[in-house]
Design a binder for this molecule. Structure first.
Ligand code: NAP
Length: 295
């Protein structure tokens, strides 16, 4: 299958790119230079010239705090561009896969959130991503939304890499211990995505369920403090001395954007199992990332 991917340099894009050689699909990766999502006119021409079977959008304005001050740009990249991507995919008769976030939740309902839970974002990033979901589903009846949470990998900017670096620099850190989260190892996420990129599964399992909103994270819920503890446990194998961590409460941490105190995603295990998607505990991914970076 011909698969067009926006977001070559994202954590997800780099992870998929690193697995590209093992795949039988014809994958074309685009960065923001080859398709700038702020240039809406170029979206349609780029997609139609490639004539894909599937378009995947990893690109987003992902700085949650900065997003509060850049509403127009955030809206353009996270809400309007997915509309154009979904529309152009429809014209090419292609599936459109839009990646979304746990931050579409927080105002209503009881976590862990299922794909049927009522959305209600608490920050501008979450609101823009929710509009991106709605626009994608409205424009293309072959749109698939995959919501995920707290992504980490050896690439880009993420909690596991950032905290590890600070601990190795012997910094003493305060980490929130009462915020409940789902964590997602990018390798697990991309393996799940690859499992869906299969003509038979798309036709027999996904098509009858469209429009489809899927939740995917690594297995098990946690807190940022537990993740930091896991980082220390792993780094102790590679370094003699590290910084320390002290637990603080959600209320003690201040940031520009409000985040949900509990954004755990509930997983539809039977749907994932019908797609041959496996889940690994989040701790395993932390171990693997730190091993890749420091062993
Ligand atoms: N990171 C998380 O914790 C998390 C959690 C839940 C959901 N998600 C979602 O998962 C997806 C991937 O996240 P990620 O962490 O892998 O992303 P990331 O590493 O933050 O990368 C975002 C990418 O978006 C691209 N981008 C930004 N503005 C663009 C524009 N105007 N035109 C084209 N591309 C543009 C950038 O491309 P260039 O580098 O080429 O400029 C960048 O590589 C996103 O949809 C995000 O919302 C992420």
């Amino acid at each position: 299958m011909r698969v067009l991917i926006s977001g070559k340099n994202s954590q997800m894009g780099q992870t998929l790119f690193s697995m590209d050689k093992e795949l039988s699909h014809d994958l074309k990766f685009l960065d923001s230079k080859s398709m700038d999502l702020k240039d809406l006119d170029c979206i349609n021409s780029t997609i139609s010239s490639y004539d894909p079977d599937i378009v995947i959008n990893f690109s987003a304005y992902t700085d949650v705090d900065e997003a509060e001050d850049n509403l127009n740009e955030v809206n353009l990249i996270n809400s309007i561009a997915p509309k154009y991507l979904a529309r152009a995919s429809k014209q090419a008769n292609a599936f459109f896969i839009q990646i979304s976030t746990d931050y579409v939740f927080g105002e209503f309902d009881n976590p862990p959130f299922s794909s049927l839970s009522k959305t209600g974002p608490l920050n501008s990033y979450g609101l823009s991503k929710l509009k991106g979901e709605e626009n994608s589903l409205e424009e293309n009846d072959k749109s698939i939304i995959i919501r995920t949470s707290s992504l980490y990998s050896e690439f880009g900017n993420n909690f596991v890499k950032n905290i590890a670096k600070k601990l190795i620099n012997k910094e003493d850190l305060k980490i929130i211990s009462d915020q409940k989260i789902s964590m997602t190892y990018a390798d697990d996420f991309i393996n799940a995505l690859i499992a869906i990129l299969d003509e038979k599964k798309l036709k027999n399992i996904v098509l009858p369920k469209l429009p489809l909103i899927l939740h995917y994270s690594s297995d098990g819920f946690t807190t940022w403090y537990n993740v930091a503890n896991e980082i220390i446990k792993n780094l102790n194998q590679y370094f003699d001395k590290l910084g320390t961590i002290t637990p603080i409460t959600y209320l003690e941490w201040s940031s520009k954007a409000t985040r949900p105190k509990d954004s755990r995603l509930s997983i539809d295990y039977s749907l994932l199992s019908s797609l041959d998607i496996k889940l690994n505990p989040w701790e395993l991914g932390v171990k693997e990332v730190l091993k890749k970076l420091y062993s």
